[in-house]
Design a protein around this ligand. Sequence first.
Ligand code: GAL
Length: 328
Amino acid sequence: MKRYLITITAILLNTALFAQNKAIDPGAVWPDNNGVHIQAHGGGIIKIKNLYYWYGEERRKGLDTNYRYVSCYSSSDLMNWKFLGDVVKMQDPENLGYRWILERPKVYYNKPTKKYVMYFHLDTRNYKYARVGIAVSDKPDGDFTFVKSFRPLEHESRDIGQFIDDDGTAYLVFEDRALGFHIVKLSDDYLSVEKEMSLVKAPLEGGAIVHYNGLYYAIGSALTGWNPNPNKYATSKSLEGPWTAFKDIAPPQTNTYGSQSTMLIKVVGSKSTTVIFMGDQWRPKSQWDSRYLWIPVEIGDGKLWLPEPQPFTINVKTGEFKPANSNH
Ligand code: GAL
């Protein structure tokens, strides 16, 4: 009897410890390898060799409010994420005062310097400082050290987005309330901004870009704070424009299925290429419970559309996705 119980306990423990997510369930609690809801809000993903790294705002309950935290997770399949820890635990770096802001961290790997360079939105509580901050690390899983903050090409900068083109060139997208949506190229060491590719005169934030079949697709959200709105997209043959007019990416009455754009991930496989829309479903009063809305988009010939969210599996080797039954 005793041995039987031990065996059962061992099996249960094993299942709990190694529970695998068999699908991505948009809007659901998304357990990491410890069974804890992933904390990588307003995040960014990079792929290094065969591993994806997901960085984002760490907003779990009970954090020390004197610090701002950025988490890091790794995955080989985009469905199961291993928590690698908080790679940023930063104290107010520039006397920004009570409730200073660090949001939307994005990490780029710089080959020449072998440094991981993190960009983030750095601000005061009233969002008037409007700068980007940079922190660097020798390893993907930190720790990242604060380097500096600045206004890209002297413009105000709030939400930032990350785009790495197929040729490896790194770009930053940022929103400047006065002028619009900027797409800028980073310098060779990624520690500064080199030049503006486009200024899209549209009041959009949450910028995300993908390069698909020779066309650039840019997505942005309207400026409604934590509340979702109908996100829109435009296309261009070149990052320098001209961009088409912005069109809806989903039925406007759904407010992008209650989410806000953060990034577009392109999974290029042996059989297919899938582009995943990655959005945040913010819960401003309980941010630790904010959810992620990932949807494989319908894309091609200048059109981009988010079908209704449903659980799906993705095969990063073949690049194919398919609907799945909910794993929760
Ligand atoms: C959103 C933005 C978030 C956060 C929020 C604060 O518009 O995308 O990252 O800054 O406003 O209200």
